[in-house]
Each structure stands twice: as C-alpha cells, then as structure tokens.
Design a protein around this ligand. Structure first.
Ligand SMILES: O=C(O)c1ccccc1N[C@@H]1O[C@H](COP(=O)(O)O)[C@@H](O)[C@H]1O
Length: 215
C-alpha cells in the first residue's frame, strides 16, 4: 500500500503543551491534534493532574494525544481516560503498544540503518508512524531535522513528520515528503513548554498555504 501521506490537507499536531493559554492559542491557530508529554524527563512534562485540566479544555474534533516514553502500563491506562490517541516515543514493542484500548501511533527516531518499511510492517497496528530526528540519549523534542530523503515515497503507514519543523521549513518538508501530518514542538515556542501564539499561527499558515499552492 502506498501511504506516506493521503489525499487532502496536511494535518497539524502541536506538541508539548503545558499551559491553558497555549491550548486555546493552538486550537485557535487550527490544530488538528494537541500533544501532552507524560515523560517526566521532558522540559514539557505534564503530570496526570495537569493532563486532566488541559485536556478538559480541548474542544470536540481536536485529538488529544498523550506522549509516552517507555512508561509503565499503569500510567498509560490511567492517562488514557483523558486521551484520544497514544504516542509511543521510546523503545516500546508492537505488543506493548497494542495493549491499551486506544488507537496509537509509534514514533521512530531516524537512526542510521533504520529500515522504515520493516518498521511499518512490525508496527502494523499503528495508525501512523511519527518520524523524528535521532540524537543518542535523547528520546525526542530535539528541535533537529533529519534527512527527509530517507523517507520512502511508498510506506505501508501514514507518515507524521516531526523533528525541527518551523514556519520557515515546513513548506519544503511538505513538498518533499508529502506527509499525512506534521508535528511541531520547539519550533513554535518562546521557551520549552511555552508556545508563542504568533509562531503557532505562522506555522499553520505555512502548512495551509503549501496545501493550497499544490492544489
Ligand atoms: O518534547 C519533548 O520534550 C519530547 C520528549 C521526549 C520525546 C518526545 C518529545 N517531543 C516530541 O519530539 C518531536 C520533535 O519535537 P521538535 O519539534 O523537534 O521540538 C515532536 O513529536 C514532539 O512531540
């Protein structure tokens, strides 16, 4: 199956929200999905109480995504009450990812030698693969891009492109990769976990303008 992207517009996920005002601003900018980092090592970490508060503010038709890094199943289960979609960003196995009653996506860091086609087959229960830059010892949120030409034109899963995206490079990324969705965290921030309303809007404008220009 050929499915790097799909027909239609490029979806937008803003990730790493920690403040109520950022949830409002991200929704107003046109987010399709909002990500909440439940990994305590992150500068964008939200605990379960904050997750409940922030997700309660998300309107219908905007997907609430929980980001986990090798979390205990108990945490994933408890947090799932507030989530529509699970994002596994560590070394989780396909069996682990499939063990919760929620749809899920698998983040893959683009380390040398990673076989994306094999990964797409292995994680066949995933709704999509999120592709992120690889930096040893850092599970994500690096603010770094990777070589997009490594993404095959044909993959058995929709691609969510992440890693170092900004309003300045997302058009090029969409034209070259044609992903189902783009995911950004650091590129729309003024400080870790603090989003900038102008950067949120600029990013969404860049995505939508690129979609319009390619018809
Ligand atoms: O944001 C984090 O702190 C984080 C921590 C652990 C795993 C993933 C994390 N963020 C995700 O990384 C990608 C790329 O982020 P960036 O745009 O390069 O800053 C994105 O999916 C974030 O959700």
């Amino acid at each position: 199956m050929t499915m790097t992207g799909t027909a239609g517009r490029t979806r937008i996920k803003f990730c790493g929200l920690t403040r109520e005002r950022d949830v409002d601003d991200a929704v107003a900018a046109g987010a399709d999905a909002l990500g909440f980092v439940l990994w305590p090592g992150s500068r964008r970490y939200v605990d379960e109480d904050r997750l409940a508060v922030l997700t309660a503010q998300v309107p219908a038709f905007v997907t609430r995504v929980g980001l986990f890094v090798d979390a205990s199943p108990e945490l994933v289960l408890r947090a799932s009450r507030h989530l529509d979609l699970l994002q596994f960003h560590g070394d989780e196995t396909p069996a682990y990812c499939a063990g919760f009653e929620r749809p899920w996506i698998k983040a893959l860091r683009m380390r040398d030698g990673l076989d994306l086609s094999a990964a797409a087959d292995a994680y066949d229960g995933a709704q999509a693969l999120l592709l992120d830059a690889y930096r040893p010892g850092v599970p994500g949120g690096t603010g770094e891009t990777f070589d997009w030409s490594r993404i095959p034109a044909s993959l058995a899963k929709p691609v969510i492109l992440a890693g170092g995206l900004t309003a300045d490079n997302v058009a090029d990324a969409i034209v070259r990769v044609r992903p189902f969705a783009v995911d950004v965290s650091g590129g729309v921030e003024i400080a870790p976990g603090h989003k900038d309303p102008q950067r949120l809007v600029a990013f969404a404008h860049a995505v939508n303008a690129t979609d319009r220009s390619r018809g």
